[in-house]
Every structure is written in structure tokens, then in C-alpha cells.
Ligand binder design. Structure first.
Ligand SMILES: C[S@@+](CC[C@H](N)C(=O)[O-])C[C@H]1O[C@@H](n2cnc3c(N)ncnc32)[C@H](O)[C@@H]1O
Length: 342
């Protein structure tokens, strides 16, 4: 380690989007190619608001906290998504990649696992607005503070064999920009992959009332994020956006993630337990910034409002789930589209 700057038969798995889900009884910081660039003084200057801290670099761009509670939640969310993906970190068919980029890496846990377990010979970069990544890292890991909405990612075009994004809903004004730039910075023959949650509950058996508090919350959440210019409902558009950007052989996988452990199947029930914990833990983080800044609610009003939302999340009588989208595509060897960084 080195110091771094920072499915489809009836009754098949309930993770199969086509099959029925069965209910159980209720019970440092520089740009990649310019390591000499000075550290921006705002990077460590976290903003405090309503008892949470937010990133200082490009302050205000990202609506969600970066404090230790949120970092712990991000690491749990990683475990949840690994479970949903049956222990996979990626779906793109990677063969001996040399350079990998994880945009909006968060705590860098995905990068660290990829570097240790899957591609110890690849150079793996992770970028973020917040310096919340480990400093004691594998030799092939490099974390950078970088705003992915910048036109220039400070690396040569066609630098990466694989660009990965995960749970970046609500991070950008238009995620098509990130896809277009990723196309530009991906080597011909390389891949991009996005793993995204669609933050709306679905229900197939009529057990979710129209006025279910978590359903209502998801509508407010969408509204606040849209008002802030950081839309959260984008996962279902990724496949089309990848194709429009020039990626080919674009694949989409949709996994149903129960809100809580209401399902019978063991794998799905465990996923539901993780999802419930992620939501109970995360609702404060997801709500405080957007609802206070966009709706003018104060923190007490938000906490009172969330009491019923959390109760709803734990209600085993409501058989609701959210969809997790995984989309990946290949940059053709030759293409009319060269992509652009702007
Ligand atoms: C929900 S977290 C997901 C973290 C990580 N991808 C994961 O799956 O664990 C979103 C991350 O995107 C980062 N982010 C938001 N806007 C960004 C931007 N413009 N440039 C780089 N990172 C950004 C945030 O700081 C946060 O760490």
C-alpha cells in the first residue's frame, strides 16, 4: 500500500425483473496528469448546515453530505449493491484493462476492491469533490479531487479502458454530459458502465397505497432535486443516452431491490434488509439539503416529516421495490463520433 493524495421461469429468483416477487409473511489532490498542481484551499473547508457537513470545493454543487455518517452509509450501500449484483463490481466484459476511472468515487471503496481483487495490474483513478477517500492505498490506486462537470478532465483523450459511475443520481444537471465526456476519454474498444438506482417505489400486487408516505417522499424528493437542477430520475434513460453518445453493444440490466425484507427468497430478503437499513440511515442525508434549500423546511420540520416516512419504509405489508439499473457499452474502434470534452 502507498500513501495517496487522497433472470426467467416462474418462481425464478425475484431479482429476475420478469419473474414474480413472492411475499413472505409480514414479520491529495491534483489533476491526474499534473501532480504538481496546488491543492485548492477550499477542498478541506467543509460547509456546515443543519448539523451535517458538505463539500467545500465547488461548494453547493452536490446536495448531499460528506460526513462520517454519510461515509459509513456509502460503504454499506456498496455492500448492498454488491449483494444485488451477486458479488460483481462490474458487468462490462473487461479484458486486462490498463487504466480505469471511477467518477464520483465517494469513499473509494469500489476502486480499492477493483485494485486489490480484480485488476492489480491496472492503474485505477477515482475522482470526487470531497476528499473522503483513504490515504493508505494500493500502489495502483490514485484519488483526485476533480469536478467531473468541468469540460477538461486533465487527461489525454482516449485515456481509459473503462470508466465507471455508480449512484450519481442528483449529482449533475445533465448526466448526458458525463456520458459524452466519458466517450471522449475512453479508448476505442474500451467500456463505460453506470450503476444507478431509480428512486421511485414500484409495487406489483396492489399493497402500496397511493398515499404511502415513502411514495409521497419520493415525489417530493424528485421535485426538490429537479428544482435544484440536479435531477434524480435518470437511470431508465441511460441506455438511450449511451447509444446517442456513440457507445455500441449497449446492455441494460434491471434488478428489483425490495424496500425492506418483505420477500420470501433468501437472497432478495437479505437485499431488502440492506435496502431498509440504507434508507432508514440515508433518509436524513437525502432530505435535509434538498428540502431545506428548495422548500425552505427547517431541520425540525424535516425530522418530524421523516418519522412516518421511515415507518413506511419498514412496513412489511407494503410489497414495494426500487429498480437498480446497470448499463454498459463499448466505444467502437472506429467511429464517426469522436465525442468531445465540451
Ligand atoms: C452517492 S455518492 C456515490 C459514491 C460512489 N460512486 C459509490 O457508489 O459509493 C455520489 C458521489 O459523487 C460525488 N460527486 C457529486 N458531484 C460531483 C462532481 N461534479 N464531480 C465529481 N464528483 C462528484 C459526491 O461528492 C459523492 O461522493
Amino acid at each position: 500500500m502507498s500513501q495517496s493524495s487522497t433472470q426467467n421461469s416462474p418462481g425464478a429468483s425475484p431479482l429476475d425483473p420478469q419473474g414474480p416477487m413472492q411475499a413472505d409473511s409480514p414479520t491529495n489532490y491534483s489533476s491526474p496528469d499534473d501532480a504538481s498542481q496546488s491543492v485548492d484551499s477550499t477542498v478541506h473547508n467543509f460547509q456546515e448546515e443543519n448539523g451535517r457537513t458538505y463539500h467545500g470545493y465547488r461548494a453547493g454543487s452536490y446536495l448531499y453530505p460528506n460526513d462520517s455518517n454519510e461515509r459509513d452509509r456509502l460503504d454499506l450501500q456498496h455492500v448492498m449493491l454488491k449483494h444485488a449484483f451477486k458479488d460483481r463490481n462490474h458487468f462490462a466484459p473487461l479484458k486486462n484493462p490498463q487504466r480505469i476511472l471511477d467518477i464520483g468515487t465517494g469513499t473509494g471503496i469500489w476502486v480499492m476492491e477493483m485494485a486489490r481483487d480484480e485488476f492489480p495490474n491496472a492503474q485505477i483513478h477515482g475522482t470526487d469533490l470531497s476528499p473522503i477517500q483513504p490515504t493508505d492505498v494500493y500502489d495502483n490506486v490514485h484519488f483526485f479531487i476533480d469536478d467531473a462537470s468541468e469540460e477538461d478532465w486533465a487527461v489525454e483523450p482516449a485515456s481509459y479502458d473503462y470508466i465507471h459511475t455508480r449512484v450519481l443520481l442528483g449529482s449533475f444537471g445533465d448526466f448526458r454530459d458525463i456520458i459524452r465526456k466519458s466517450f471522449y476519454y475512453t479508448k476505442p474498444g474500451g467500456y463505460m458502465e453506470s450503476q444507478e438506482i431509480f428512486p421511485t417505489p414500484f409495487c406489483d400486487d396492489g399493497t402500496m397505497p397511493d398515499d404511502w408516505p415513502f411514495l409521497e417522499w419520493s415525489k417530493y424528493f424528485d421535485q426538490a432535486a429537479t428544482m435544484a437542477g440536479r435531477p434524480v430520475r435518470m437511470a431508465h434513460k441511460l441506455k438511450r443516452w449511451y447509444e446517442e453518445a456513440g457507445f455500441v453493444d449497449v446492455q441494460e440490466k434491471i434488478i428489483r431491490m425490495p424496500i425492506n425484507p418483505w420477500t420470501k427468497d433468501k437472497h432478495s430478503k437479505t437485499l431488502g434488509k440492506m435496502s431498509e437499513a440504507n434508507l432508514i440511515d440515508g433518509l436524513g442525508a437525502f432530505t435535509l439539503g434538498p428540502f431545506s434549500r428548495m422548500f425552505g423546511w427547517n431541520s425540525t420540520e424535516i425530522e418530524v416529516y421523516l418519522v412516518n416516512v421511515r415507518r413506511a419504509v419498514s412496513d412489511r405489508h407494503v410489497h414495494a421495490y426500487m429498480k437498480v439499473y446497470v448499463v454498459w457499452g463499448r466505444k467502437p474502434k472506429t467511429s464517426k463520433k469522436s465525442g468531445s470534452s465540451s
